[in-house]
Ligand binder design. Structure first.
Ligand SMILES: O=C(O)C(=O)C[C@]1(C(=O)O)C=C[C@@H](O)C=C1
Length: 280
């Protein structure tokens, strides 16, 4: 079967011929999807991932999507490819026991971002605050929390990162993973460490009781080998807290943290750098 840009007018019924070709392709796709699910079933039965709170591996998912996007061509929009695979990956997690997602949908768009990422069948629980979503995960009622990406201008009570109890809960993904359309962004948090994707960024909370300027903190971070891509500052009583984004994977025990002249430097997790491709 050679791909063509037009139906073949030489055929007695070009529409029927194209539909027969689509039916054959659907059967081949269906066979492959069923084969993929068999491999996932073997993976689940092998207990290779036993003991983890959920089957979700966002770093591995990011690697799969990046690889497919890099080889993608033709008429199917890349965004449609990602939507198809998000459903496949969600179904694959469901096959392995699944998980529930607690969403602080500060805006309806954020709920939509969560739904698109986790597919149409993953249970989503919408909660009225970030604290309630985090508490649902801490209590085991959900395995993943979706919270708005922090912004410096937001009200103090919205700044959930200032009290995040890491490493009990860590940032594991940034949503949406793909798409050029402006949408509110979210972070996914879960118990346990995230899995690296090969192109990641980490979040770090630093705390100090000394009065430091943004430039002083940025300088100290650079000296320690942790040049910040983004920094948000909060002053609360006598404590200055900064949320810092750095390139790469930063985990507890990293020697660069000990070099920082602050009272506390707490890694909050990391996420696969989203693919911001053009949507044709
Ligand atoms: O690789 C795994 O650990 C899997 O569980 C398989 C798989 C997949 O379907 O490719 C499913 C869910 C994970 O989030 C990542 C990948």
């Amino acid at each position: 079967m050679t791909p063509d840009t037009a139906l073949d007018p030489a055929l007695p019924n070009p529409l029927a011929a194209a539909r027969a070709e689509i039916d054959a392709l659907d059967d081949a796709l269906h066979d492959l999807v069923m084969r993929r699910a068999d491999v996932v079933a073997r993976l689940a039965a092998s207990r290779a991932k036993a003991g983890s709170p959920s089957p979700l591996r966002p770093g591995r998912e990011a690697m799969i999507l990046r690889r497919l996007l890099a080889r993608h061509h033709g008429a199917l929009p890349a965004e449609a490819l990602v939507r198809l695979w998000r459903e496949i990956l969600a179904a694959s997690s469901a096959q392995q026991g699944g998980f529930t997602v607690a969403v602080y949908a500060r805006s309806p768009e954020l709920g939509r971002v969560a739904r698109e990422h986790f597919g149409s069948l993953t249970p989503l629980r919408t909660l009225p605050t970030a604290a309630r979503a985090l508490a649902a995960v801490a209590a085991g009622e959900a395995q993943v929390a979706i919270l708005p990406l922090p912004e410096e201008a937001e009200a103090p009570e919205e700044a959930w990162w200032t009290g995040l109890d890491s490493p009990c809960l860590q940032v594991i993904a940034r949503l949406p993973f793909y798409g050029a359309e402006p949408r509110p962004e979210a972070l996914a948090l879960a118990p346990g460490a995230p899995d690296p994707s090969g192109a990641d960024r980490s979040l770090l909370r630093i705390e100090t009781t000394e009065d430091r300027s943004r430039a002083q903190l940025a300088g100290a971070l650079t000296t320690a080998g942790l040049a910040s891509r983004m920094m948000q500052l909060r002053r609360d009583g006598g404590v200055l807290r900064a949320l810092v984004e750095v390139d790469g994977v930063l985990e507890a025990g990293d020697p660069r943290l000990a070099a920082l002249p602050v009272d506390r430097a707490l890694p909050l997790g990391f996420y696969a750098v989203p693919e911001r491709g053009d949507i044709g």
